[in-house]
Design a protein around this ligand. Structure first.
Ligand SMILES: [Fe+2]
Length: 437
């Protein structure tokens, strides 16, 4: 990783060191190019700047030059670490996109419980039963838990230890069984009075049992060897589908965590916007509540708010981190973070419905925004909400080129632009929501 000494100057690190050490000094890169300081001064000492045993520059100065060189090395190393962290997260993100895509195709978008409900209703169509239940082994506590059932009474025990009752034994042995007369089976648990016969089969992934399917009947000797064969085939497919759904669920969680970390990393690259993403999410959700959004819409809003600036990973550092105003070309490039956001998210089906929220958060109500110049309700409601939350947080945070506005001044500014820049309905909800804080 190359250390960027020029960046430390931009961040004002040298000026700060000069002020604290009360001594002028000169910073040069390893080729001798001057990065900070006055080359005409008389310097009495010169020290190399090192990182991981490699020299990356020189410090010349007076009696404090050694201390100054140590400070510059510390700052440079911490900058480098920050950059590495960003790159690692990005690599992990790419890897997960790949995995996520494959698993998604296998598992569609069903959750384990939905798959389980589907399985038992299919079983119930093919094999006669008064009650059907599907139990899975909870990977955290090792207990067998009912996750879907048909015709079961509420008082039926929902959790069994491995080896407990008939289902607990099947989970241990891994062998399917027909029990023609439950009253004569010592494993049969008291309480299931209306059950006279049962058929149970384990759900297996290779040698591992992940759960059990139980069918029971009020009639004795209800099941045949043919039924058992059929159930065994069904459980084979069911186990694979459930395992896929579980993996998909885990992967989704890992993916969301990585994406949030990535959003935070982008946040941290610019010290002036630290915590911006989190605040935009909180403001957005507060507005969403006042607008009475449904739960799925709120979920969509939350994700889009977290990821609204994800496209900034596509904007070059010299523009993204530039202190002071951007020129026209730079500003046009910066504006492209909205479309880059769409690029990043469009390959993952799960994120497709948040794309409008991410892509359109800089559109204006009067149609003079970007990237598409959408107006009014052409812009997704999620994006209209994020637009207000995003600007409010930007206005009330310090920036390199201006101080933060007071909350009152920011409210006045947002009110003034209601109907032109912002959706009046969203502004109204926003003012009500922030009045509660
Ligand atoms: Fe943005």
């Amino acid at each position: 990783m190359k250390l960027d000494l020029g960046r430390l100057r931009k961040k004002g690190v040298y000026a700060l060191i000069a002020e604290v050490c009360a001594e002028p000094f000169l910073v040069q890169n390893v080729e001798g190019r001057i990065l900070y300081g006055d080359s005409d001064s008389d310097y009495t000492t010169k020290y190399p700047l090192l990182f991981q045993d490699e020299q990356f520059g020189w410090i010349s100065g007076g009696k404090r030059a050694y201390a100054i060189s140590r400070l510059v090395m510390l700052f440079a190393a911490s900058e480098c670490e920050k950059k590495e962290l960003g790159q690692e997260t990005l690599a992990k993100y790419r890897e997960l996109i790949f995995l996520y895509d494959i698993t998604e195709k296998l598992a569609a978008s069903l959750r384990p419980q939905e798959v389980a409900i589907l399985v038992i209703s299919e079983v119930n169509k093919l094999i006669k039963a008064d009650k059907v239940s599907l139990m899975l082994i909870n990977e955290e506590n090792g207990l067998l838990e009912v996750i879907a059932r048909l015709g079961e009474e509420a008082k039926t025990k929902l959790t069994l230890k491995l080896g407990e009752g008939i289902a607990g034994n099947i989970a241990l042995s891994g062998k399917a069984e027909i029990i023609n007369d439950t009253r004569r089976d010592p494993r049969f648990l008291e309480g299931r009075h209306k059950v006279s016969s049962m058929m149970c089969a384990p759900l297996r992934i290779k040698d591992r049992v992940i759960g059990v399917i139980n069918l029971s009947s009020a009639e004795p000797a209800n099941y045949t060897a043919e039924d058992l064969k059929l159930l065994s085939v069904l459980t084979l497919q069911a186990a694979a589908a459930i395992e896929n759904a579980r993996l998909y669920d885990n992967l989704k969680e890992a993916f969301l965590t990585t994406v949030s970390t990535l959003a935070e990393t982008i946040d941290k690259r610019d010290p002036y916007t630290g915590g911006h993403t989190k605040r935009v999410m909180e403001y957005s959700l507060a507005i969403g509540n006042f607008l009475g959004l449904s739960n799925p819409e709120r979920e969509r809003l939350k994700l889009a708010a977290i990821l609204h600036d994800i496209g900034k990973i596509g904007v070059r550092d010299n523009i993204l981190l530039k202190e002071g105003k951007l020129d026209e070309t730079e500003y046009n490039e910066m504006k492209r973070h909205t479309v880059y956001g769409e690029e990043v998210l469009k390959y993952i089906k799960f994120f497709n419905d948040i794309i409008p929220g991410v892509k359109s958060h800089h559109e204006r109500y009067d149609g003079r925004g970007y990237p598409e110049g959408l107006s009014g309700e052409q812009t997704d409601i999620i994006a209209r909400i994020i637009a207000v939350a995003d600007t409010f947080d930007a206005m009330t945070s310090d920036r390199p080129y201006r101080k933060a506005l007071s909350k009152e001044a920011a409210f006045a500014e947002i009110k003034k632009n209601s109907g032109s820049q912002y959706d009046p309905q969203v502004v109204e909800a926003f003012l009500k929501a922030v009045a509660m804080w």
